[in-house]
Design a protein around this ligand. Structure first.
Ligand code: DLL
Length: 444
């Protein structure tokens, strides 16, 4: 079995900021917010105009609550100002670009100068140490090294920590397995769905994961449901943490899981101001309640977005954590306000389907949801992949199992799906983020 290190003995990368008394964190945030707001107002014409329209000046930001006077920023603003309209420095100061594609329209472009990259690497080094990674580790990178922030973002953070980084990149699972074996990699960086795929391929090839040098998985980029994490941890004999971030405010490194509170993530609060708002009204929700996460980076020089609407749903708590950190913790993101499906007037979150499937023995974590309206009525088809050791040898048993899954889904969702059983390995694997839902009613 995997061995969870004693978190009380693990190093804390930036002890000063990660364990600061909360009143000091808030003072620091206010100080940085005032500077950041003035930076955006003075240098980005879009913000200047927007602040003027809303009759607010940077000098009116006197408390952290005053952030509410400021405008929200969302994807549409970044798209309207594509590609560099929100940049606050001349382009020759920019040393890196990343982008995120989204489903429609132009990509979102993020720029970084040296300062931004330094802050980013620090945030990454923090989350690596939360998982017990140190300079002696060998890091095998399975995130892509393209415009996606995952590859380069984590790469430089791990180098900053002093690790040996093996920049294998995404895909080519056989080669990954060979590298783990030959280079003695100790840490795998990947999306959780790709890590599970690597685990399976390894098992098929006779890898004995309990004897592998790999000991830690640093995941992120997509939701990592608890059942999936448990499965990877027990099958690969590694400890996995799940880390969150988004291109618009930096990339990975916004928050990370420590080993003491495994369904939450510590927010790098000295670099990000968080709010949780009602997605409909934009008003703050009561303390600790679920809502949409809104982030204002406090140290971004090139792209100083203010109050970015992430669309990610979470809640945040501020009590101290057993790991010794005082930074606020956000519940891991399982759903977004824009991923809710409306099926025959009933609201369905894909994460609910995922949870129901995870509670059924014999069903693997791989599934796909397809929604269409070909017959004039919404239809949701859930393809469920069976575990390799699940033997169903008669039509009768297949129908019984399908009915069992359909009934379980119906009683939770209040919608009757069409359930299809798929043989092990039958659902397409992704090398990066997995797309679980295809809604044919909307343009993809
Ligand atoms: O996915 C940044 C990242 C890369 C984070 C690698 C962690 C590791 P984007 O491509 O812009 O950036 O996608 C951001 O992905 O708003 C969430 O909806 C989702 N997301 C990212 N990390 C997690 C996570 C990167 N750990 C969007 N859990 C975000 C759940 C996540 N959702």
């Amino acid at each position: 079995m995997m061995n969870i290190p004693d978190f009380s003995k693990l190093p804390i990368y930036d002890r000063t900021h990660e364990t600061m008394p909360r009143e000091n964190i808030r003072e620091l945030q206010l100080d940085k917010l005032q500077h950041q707001v003035a930076w955006a107002y003075d240098r980005v014409p879009w913000y200047h105009k927007k602040f003027d329209e809303m009759n607010v000046k940077p000098s009116q930001i006197r408390t952290l609550d005053d952030v509410r006077r400021l405008p929200f920023t969302d994807k549409s603003v970044l798209r309207d100002t594509y590609p560099f309209g929100l940049f606050a420095v001349p382009l020759d100061e920019v040393v890196r670009l990343h982008s995120s594609s989204g489903t429609t329209g132009k990509p979102i472009v993020a720029g970084y100068n040296r300062h931004d990259l330094d802050v980013w690497s620090d945030c990454i080094a923090r989350l690596a140490q939360m998982a017990g990674v140190t300079s002696t580790d060998r890091i095998q990178m399975a995130f892509g090294y393209g415009m996606f922030t995952g590859g380069f973002g984590l790469h430089y953070g791990m180098e900053k920590l002093g690790c040996m980084v093996i920049p294998a990149g995404s895909g080519n699972t056989e080669r990954h397995l060979m590298m783990i074996r030959d280079y003695g990699s100790t840490v795998l960086i990947a999306t959780p769905s790709y890590a599970l795929h690597m685990c399976e391929v390894g098992e098929q090839e006779g890898v004995d994961w309990s004897k592998s040098t790999l000991r830690v998985g640093l995941f992120g980029g997509e939701p990592c449901p608890p059942a999936l994490k448990r499965e990877i941890e027990s099958r690969m004999h590694i400890v996995c943490t799940d880390n969150y971030g988004l291109t618009e405010v930096m990339g990975p490194g916004v928050s990370g899981e420590c080993l003491a509170s495994r369904d939450m993530q510590h927010i790098a609060e000295d670099h990000f101001l968080w709010e949780v708002v009602d997605p409909q009204t934009g008003e703050p929700v009561p303390d600790g309640e679920e809502g949409e996460l809104v982030l204002t980076p406090l140290d971004k020089q090139v792209l100083p977005v203010i109050r970015y609407r992430t669309h990610d749903l979470t809640h945040v708590i501020t009590d101290p954590c057993a790991c010794g950190r005082t930074t606020a913790r956000m519940q891991k993101v399982r759903k977004r306000c824009d991923d809710m499906l409306i099926i025959r007037a009933t609201n369905v979150f894909p994460s609910t389907i995922e949870d129901v499937l995870a509670s059924i023995d014999g069903v693997s974590p791989f599934y796909r949801i397809v929604v269409d309206n070909d017959t004039g009525m919404d239809r949701m088809t859930v393809s469920v992949e069976l575990e390799p050791d699940m033997r169903i040898d008669s039509f009768e048993r297949i129908n019984e199992f399908k009915k069992f899954i359909t009934d379980k889904l119906r009683s939770t969702l209040l919608v009757t799906p069409v359930v299809k059983l798929v043989e092990p390995g039958g659902i397409e694997r992704s090398m990066g983020k997995t797309k679980h839902v295809i809604d044919k009613r909307v343009a993809q």
